[in-house]
Design a protein around this ligand. Structure first.
Ligand SMILES: [Zn+2]
Ligand SMILES: [Zn+2]
Length: 359
């Protein structure tokens, strides 16, 4: 099997994507070969496509993008015991060293040795097959679709944010910025038992999506003072936890004045400016807890269990589906129709793109 080829979408250089035959990877002793059913398009993929780099990660040779995937195990190395051929699995795309203090303490997202799919020079999975270390594969329970398996990846960021912010059922939560992370963050909040979720974005379509995904209110930050809108919606109770996923530097600055005294703020969205002004006096005076979020750790098993017991369907966030052959069209939609597209799903098998129903 090792000499076979597979179809993959390769970013040759920024703005140049070609679908072509590449070598199909073969699994080592502790790895499995996964036949990919579907793969999401992420903001980071688009960023590499457009700019060829994110921070210190630079595309200096052709790379396969994509890291939100699920599929079927079709071959395993001889040391693999947790999955077998035929298993439907979600793939956690960051493989860690397993030995450093972060890995051993459970915060493996901070491991400096992490090998993360579609982060140069590591190939991703806009392809027919991927090889992954088997401890990063998670069996999908019966009734959970491949699409939901793939969406566990962006959901995990919100899930991790809820854990970081110690979010619980009694909290009133405000989610700023309704891209895929913020929108799936609404569903993550629901999985943590939150019943009052206020979502905020300037784009009307995204606010509509927020309702569809379970927000109790969706506000436009440009329509009057945020603090007044929040006060009205919460009947004066205010917000206990803010999940900031917009990355807007003014939104980030404003969080400190928006959350209740003693409240918690979780920052996910990366601002494009280097430094953001913050009212530290107010932060101290209000005894705020602030948290950063970098990817996630140990979210897949918990999220799968939580989803199994819930009515939540992650697929509501999917707005478009494309065959892998049409990856350019998918990228164009993602770049040019930001107001109408949320999560775009890619299918190596065209029939799956056309026949799988959702929403
Ligand atoms: Zn992603
Ligand atoms: Zn490590």
């Amino acid at each position: 099997m090792s000499n076979d080829l597979m179809k993959a979408a390769v970013l040759e250089k920024p703005m140049t994507m070609t679908v072509k035959q590449v070598r199909r990877p073969s699994p080592g002793p502790d790895e499995a070969l996964v036949k990919i059913y579907c793969i999401g398009v992420c903001g980071s993929d688009l960023h590499y496509y457009e700019h060829g780099k994110i921070g210190r990660y630079v595309v200096d040779r052709p790379i396969i993008l994509g890291h939100e995937l699920a599929g079927e195990v079709i071959q395993v190395g001889d040391q693999v015991t947790n999955v077998t051929v035929g298993d439907r699995v979600a793939v956690e795309p960051g493989v860690t060293c397993g030995h450093c203090s972060y890995c051993k303490s459970g915060r493996y997202n901070l491991c400096s040795e992490v090998v993360f799919m579609a982060t140069p020079p590591v190939d991703g999975a806009w392809a027919e097959y991927a090889v992954i270390r088997s401890d990063f594969l998670f069996k999908l329970p019966e009734g959970m679709s491949y699409e939901e398996g793939a969406l566990l990846e962006p959901l995990s960021v919100g899930f991790h944010a809820m854990r970081r912010g110690r979010v619980g059922p009694a909290d009133r939560v405000l989610i700023l910025g309704l891209g895929p992370i913020g929108l799936l963050g609404i569903q993550a909040a629901k999985l943590f038992g939150v019943t009052e979720i206020i979502a905020s974005d300037v784009v009307p379509f995204r606010r509509e999506m927020a309702f569809k995904l379970g927000a109790t209110a969706a506000i436009n930050p440009l329509e009057g003072k945020m603090s007044e809108q929040i006060s009205l919606l919460t009947v004066g109770h205010g917000i206990d936890v803010i999940i900031e996923s917009s990355g807007s530097s003014s939104a980030i600055s404003d969080t400190i004045g928006l959350v209740n005294r003693g409240g918690r703020i979780v920052y996910i969205g990366l601002p494009t400016v280097e430094k953001v002004p913050m009212d530290i006096n107010l932060l101290i005076d209000s005894e705020l807890d602030v948290f950063g979020v970098f990817r996630y750790a140990n979210t897949y098993p918990a999220a799968i269990q939580a989803l199994k017991r819930s009515e939540i369907d992650l697929r509501h966030s999917i707005t478009h589906k494309f065959a892998l052959d049409d990856i350019q069209e998918a990228i164009d939609v993602a770049r040019n129709e930001k107001d109408k597209s949320i999560k775009i799903m890619i299918y190596p098998d065209r029939e799956h793109a056309e026949n799988s129903n959702h929403n």
